[in-house]
Design a protein around this ligand. Structure first.
Ligand SMILES: [Zn+2]
Length: 129
């Protein structure tokens, strides 16, 4: 992971750990998912997951990882020079965590940045001060 992506993920990980809403061990395990993707094909949203842990009533590591990815991407949209979304999410030339779906990434990016079509992909460029 590039420093900026890594930094955003760890900032949001620390917030997730310290807010008290999530189990600390599951927070720790979510980092592996953020770095390497989900090993099993669970269907995960911020509020639901079909893994055994979630079905037992816990906020599982998959949901925590997705929440951290969502918040990290929001954070990166404020500072990244360029974001390209075309099957994969590329932030300043580096692949962002694979667990955030591209439709959600578009929604987050569009709330902050202006999209442009570049070689079939949709790119967002920072043009601020
Ligand atoms: Zn899960």
């Amino acid at each position: 992971m590039k420093t900026t992506i890594k930094s955003a993920i760890f900032t949001q990980y620390n917030k997730a750990r310290s807010c008290g809403a999530f189990d600390a061990r599951r927070c720790n395990r979510s980092i592996g998912i953020l770095q390497h993707g989900q090993q099993r094909p669970y269907h995960t949203t911020i509020t639901t997951c079909d893994c055994p842990d979630s079905l037992n009533g816990h906020i599982c590591k998959h949901r925590i990882a997705l929440a951290i990815a969502y918040r990290s991407f929001e954070q990166l949209c404020k500072t990244a020079y360029s974001i390209v979304i075309n099957g994969k999410i590329i932030v300043d030339g580096e692949i962002f965590s694979s667990i955030l779906d591209t439709a959600t990434a578009h929604k987050i990016a569009q709330s902050r940045l202006t999209p442009r079509h570049v070689n079939g992909a949709i790119a967002y460029h920072y043009e601020g001060n």
